[in-house]
Design a protein around this ligand. Structure first.
Ligand SMILES: [Zn+2]
Length: 92
């Protein structure tokens, strides 16, 4: 039992070390801080087994806390329209 706890702690410590040594993702503006926002998808009800014409499903994404740009990691999933360098309109 005690050995199992030690193994779990060692696994946790190893994972924490891996995370600390990983690079921090930065925005094009240089900021390394992000905030969570949501886009809302209208999903065809038939596709999700609903009797309604559509279901509303929120999807969380990260935008730069400084300039508002959508994190690059989401750009393949979400179309964005830049109306200027500091504002992003999310389109679904
Ligand atoms: Zn930024």
């Amino acid at each position: 039992m005690e050995n199992n706890i030690q193994n779990q702690y060692a696994a946790y410590a190893k994972m924490a070390s891996i995370v600390r040594q990983s690079p921090i993702l930065k925005c094009e503006c240089g900021s390394q801080f992000w905030r969570e926002v949501y886009v809302i998808r209208k999903v065809n009800g038939i596709l999700v087994g609903s009797s309604k014409p559509y279901e509303v499903l929120p999807q969380n994404v990260l935008v730069c806390d400084k300039c508002g740009r959508l994190c690059d990691e989401y750009k393949s999933d979400i179309e964005v329209e830049e109306d200027n360098a500091s504002k992003i309109k999310l389109q679904v």
